[in-house]
Ligand binder design. Structure first.
Ligand SMILES: [Cu+2]
Length: 494
């Protein structure tokens, strides 16, 4: 696709182009808000000086076929002009990403964790009109902070297809003394396997109270509702969907990826959980990992043997690699299955994908318990406003909800205020709650910065933010199926 983008269009930040390259009619009709109650607040155009783009990419979202390790998955994904959908930038860069939609339905791209201007946030019906089939859209925004991020469709259940990829933003203030660096994407996979799709899964989940499994048993004892061995820290019900496959960087365990390095190398691993419904517990055989960042922001270094990573969360760790061949395992919590890869610094036989090792059964770290690095702290202050957020819902009927001060309406705040969100999980399931356009500070963890926080069943989490980025910002559970069935709200201010 060739496009000529004028300076004025850069300033507007996001434009729909027709497939021919001609400007489509701009509609002022806000359209239905994506599951969010109340009239939508249309985003203000990028207010001032976005510089010329320094990183430009062209993406096509389209049906494609993925080889996940001797198994073909017919799915939807991103094809990039560079051949690799992963995007790399440096803090302060202005990105221009032009996407053309060759899918049979409308789409969008959300830049998960990035504090960008509202019009580029990629939530259809809230910050933009859906990108219809055959249309193109240009996202232009600055990436203000370094860190490990990803981007994904924010339309329906498209996240649970292949419509996601890493976005790595280099931070000039980070030590770059690692010998090797790997981005490790954890995923749960069902799309295009034996004809299944995320929409079929949702139909099954919502239909459970009306006559069972709908004839689409996904395997496992008792069908897709059967849950595996409960995790001691997460309880009996950590996810709703038993996926046929769990992947590291797009591969099933028996056709796993191998990461090669030398003994003694210092490795940086950037983990991203892009799954739709799976919390992973990650460990590297024979090693302790030093956590350096979560959700893009630096933390006080913390050594651990295993880490829980919920959907939408990211964690960066450093390890000094031993001499040998080591299993890198991500247990699909509560699902008796796993994703798997190998780190190799020596010759010899790779471990079996089902290998168990002490680190895997160690007490796992929940990322919200980390402490922030000094340079990640928000300025000190007391909240100007507090809202009470109640997470509700259950499996039967399959409905999930967010109540703000007891109402199913958006949270509001004034620009410049410090907002405290007191989130209470009233359900029996864990929920990774994600805020767009901001990174919370968690006062219970010394001000730890996170954009996605896992609330275990019954847990309360207090999260503060400074309202310095006006617009309407989605606030939702990052379980794709919970989000789609009501666990979706927003934070609004002009
Ligand atoms: Cu949830």
């Amino acid at each position: 696709m060739t496009s000529n983008f004028s300076r004025r269009q850069f300033l507007l930040g996001g434009l729909v182009l027709a497939g021919t390259g001609a400007l489509a009619a701009c509609t002022s009709d806000p359209g239905p808000a994506a599951s969010a109650p109340g009239p939508s607040l249309r985003p203000t155009p990028t207010p001032t000086a976005l510089g010329e783009p320094t990183v430009r990419r062209t993406l096509t979202a389209r049906p494609l076929s993925l080889d996940i390790g001797g198994i073909e998955a017919k799915t939807w994904g991103y094809v990039s002009d560079t051949g690799d959908a992963a995007i790399e930038a440096t803090a302060g860069d202005v990105l221009q990403v032009d996407i053309t939609n060759e899918l049979p339905e409308s789409t969008s791209i959300h830049w998960h964790g990035i504090a960008l201007h509202n019009a580029a946030d990629g939530v259809p019906g809230m910050t933009q009109d859906p990108i219809e089939p055959g249309e193109s859209f240009s996202y232009v925004f600055e990436v203000p902070h370094g860190g490990t991020y990803f981007y994904h469709s924010h339309s329906g259940l498209q996240l649970d297809r292949g419509l996601h990829a890493p976005l790595i933003v280099r931070d000039p203030d980070d030590a770059e003394d690692q010998d090797v660096e790997w981005t490790i994407v954890l995923d749960d996979w069902l799309d295009g396997i034996d004809g299944s799709s995320p929409e079929d899964q949702l139909t099954m989940l919502t239909g459970m109270d009306m006559g069972g499994h709908g004839g689409m048993d996904m395997g496992g004892e008792g069908g897709m509702m059967a849950h595996g061995t409960p995790d001691p820290a997460l309880g009996g019900d950590a996810g709703d969907v038993m996926y046929p496959h769990y992947l590291i960087n797009g591969r099933i365990p028996r056709a796993h990826r191998t990461f090669n390095a030398r003994p003694g190398d210092k490795a940086r691993l950037r983990f991203i959980n892009s799954g739709g419904d799976t919390i992973f517990k990650v460990a590297l055989g024979g090693h302790r990992m030093t956590v350096t960042h979560t959700d893009g922001f630096p933390v006080q270094p913390w050594e651990t043997e295993s880490i829980y990573l919920s959907m939408g969360e990211r964690v960066d760790v450093e390890v000094i690699l031993g001499d040998g061949i080591f299993p890198l395992t991500a247990l699909a919590v509560g699902k008796d299955d796993r994703a798997f890869a190998v780190i190799r610094t020596a010759g010899g036989q790779a471990p079996r994908p089902d290998v168990d090792f002490p680190e895997l059964s160690s007490t796992g770290l929940f990322l919200s318990s980390l402490k922030p690095a000094d340079r990640a702290l928000l300025p000190e202050g007391t909240p100007d406003r507090e809202v009470s957020i109640d997470l509700g819902g259950q499996m039967m009927p399959y409905e999930w909800s967010i109540l703000t001060d007891g109402q199913s309406s958006s949270a509001t705040v004034q620009e410049g205020q410090r907002l405290r969100m007191v989130m209470r999980n009233r359900t029996m399931m864990p929920h990774p709650m994600h805020i767009h356009g901001h990174t919370w500070a968690l006062p219970g963890s010394g001000g730890l910065r996170k954009d996605t926080v896992l609330l275990r069943h019954g847990e309360t989490m207090i999260a503060d933010l400074i309202a310095d980025n006006p617009g309407e910002w989605a606030f939702h559970c990052h379980n794709a199926y919970h989000q789609e069935t009501g666990m979706m709200s927003s934070l609004r201010y002009a």
